[in-house]
Design a protein around this ligand. Structure first.
Ligand SMILES: C[S@@+](CC[C@H](N)C(=O)[O-])C[C@H]1O[C@@H](n2cnc3c(N)ncnc32)[C@H](O)[C@@H]1O
Length: 227
């Protein structure tokens, strides 16, 4: 039987041996309710899942402007904002129409961004300087900011073929050369109560055209193309 001191020392040593701050990761994942299935992540293990891919790309690419479309409680936009904070610069435009479960075309949105708690959540996690929420549709956003360009774009909003194709057409021209465009849910093919998923169909075309990278072990899938 290990004594309590030995146990604590072992824990402390293990903690210190990690490259990353596990407490901080767990804090972020709990605060922004990381979807473990959707992002192949594990909160208890401080495993960011797809968040590692985004965080790694953003830390290496060091973008000035990031666009994030769609999130239920802010997990992926928070990872983006944290990466910008850790880079020392860069900002995230986070666009979500704030759809609720009852809204048609809400794609499992829970209306969080319409609430005070949702609107303040990034500030409360000290990420407020690195992210701005735009409570609107992608179409209206792109009409309102026609000249805005990005280095990294993530699309996880309207998952129908029509919706995701429209987002691709809206934002591909706004991606800087060498920038990344990343799609969530490229592997979901079954019809669900929230709608008929069509990201995989668009991805099939783009993957060939742009020699895309597909990341998928369990289900949702992440697709990355570079301009
Ligand atoms: C709930 S997310 C999908 C879940 C996400 N994978 C996650 O980890 O949280 C889809 C979001 O996209 C938003 N959305 C759907 N269509 C949109 C549109 N046309 N423009 C902006 N946001 C949209 C919804 O409000 C919803 O919050």
């Amino acid at each position: 039987m290990l004594g309590i001191k030995t146990k604590l020392k072992k824990l402390f040593r293990n903690k210190n041996q990690s490259l990353v701050n596990k407490d901080k990761i767990i804090d972020l994942m709990i605060t922004f309710k990381a979807d473990e299935f959707g992002h192949e992540c594990n909160t208890e293990k401080a495993d960011l899942g797809y968040g590692w891919i985004h965080y790694g790309l953003l830390r290496q690419q060091k973008p000035k402007r990031v666009l994030c479309v769609g999130s239920r409680h802010g997990y992926i936009p928070a990872v983006f904002a944290q990466a910008c904070k850790d880079n020392g610069f860069g900002t995230v435009d986070f666009v979500d129409a704030g759809f609720d479960l009852d809204d048609k075309g809400g794609w499992t949105g829970v209306g969080y961004w319409r609430t005070k708690k949702g609107r303040n959540c990034f500030n409360n996690f000290n990420l407020g300087n690195y992210i701005t929420l735009f409570l609107t549709t992608t179409k209206k956003f792109s009409q309102r900011y026609p000249n805005q360009v990005y280095d990294y774009i993530y699309i996880d909003g309207d998952h129908s073929l029509k919706g995701v194709t429209s987002d691709f057409k809206l934002f591909w021209p706004k991606l800087n050369r060498n920038g990344y465009l990343v799609f969530h849910d490229i592997c979901v093919k079954e019809d669900k109560p929230e709608g008929v998923y069509g990201v995989w169909k668009l991805w099939k075309k783009l993957e060939k055209e742009f020699k895309g990278i597909k990341i998928n072990y369990l289900g949702s899938g992440l697709g990355i193309i570079q301009k």
